[in-house]
Design a protein around this ligand. Structure first.
Ligand code: SAH
Ligand code: CA
Length: 213
């Protein structure tokens, strides 16, 4: 969901970095062939992820929720030369699609794909991270956070997507809505965790930027 008026949104996109060609192709093919293409980060948020990653110059990135690989390729743009991005997704139908685009990119040697439940895979990655992008199933955000906080390098950055959940975080809560319930918990958790400095950016569906002290 976009919170800004459409005309302002368009103006922002027109005056922001252009979408690289390979990503525009990935974006189109996702829209043509894959279910729920709205999940893809897209041109504007993708450029935000790219710039944040370039400012951090991470050696090690973890992405939870690859989908068709769009955000992975954006984040990889900031990796140092021998850096590595680990990206996890539970949906095996996406693996070939992701691989095709990773292989076509200049980052093919720097992206490691994992297929499976992130809750099981994260503990097997014996590395510390400079940048983490949390963007998988919303009910598990608090669990992902607990798993990665001990694996962050000092000054590391955690980005969490969809934290405003189309504005549902300020509406009356439906007790059966597990995603909203857990996002509310998650947003509290990050805002009050003294190990972090956190700001929610009103980008697209809400993107939290947290820095580990
Ligand atoms: N980061 C992508 C979009 C991710 S969409 C982009 O910005 O373009 C969310 C993804 O999380 C989906 O592909 C879904 O299959 C995956 N996912 C859901 N539950 C998961 C889990 N338990 N472990 C790993 N991936 C999961
Ligand atoms: Ca997302």
């Amino acid at each position: 969901m976009h919170f800004l008026p459409e005309a302002i949104d368009d103006y922002i996109v027109e005056h922001s970095a252009k979408e690289p060609e390979l990503l525009a192709k990935l974006n189109r093919e996702t829209n043509q062939k894959v279910l729920q293409p709205r999940m893809l980060s897209g041109h504007y948020q993708g450029r935000v992820l790219s710039l944040l990653s370039k400012m951090k110059s991470p050696k090690s990135i973890l992405e939870i929720g690859t989908y068709t690989g769009y955000s992975a390729l954006c984040l990889a743009e900031g990796l140092v030369e021998d850096g590595l991005l680990h990206t996890i997704d539970i949906n095996e139908e996406l693996v070939d699609f992701q691989k095709k685009y990773f292989e076509a990119s200049v980052y093919k040697e720097q992206i490691k794909q994992y297929l499976g439940d992130a809750l099981e895979i994260i503990p097997t990655i014996g590395e510390k991270f400079d940048l983490v992008f949390i963007d998988a199933d919303k009910p598990n955000y608090p669990a992902y956070y607990e798993m990665i906080i001990g694996k962050m390098n000092k000054g590391g950055v955690i980005l969490s997507d969809n934290v405003l959940w189309s504005g549902k975080v300020i509406e009356t809560l439906n007790e059966e809505d597990e995603s909203t319930k857990m996002l509310l918990k998650y947003n509290e958790l990050l805002a009050n965790d003294e190990r972090l400095e956190t700001v929610i950016l009103p980008i697209r569906d809400g993107l939290t930027l947290s820095r580990v002290k």
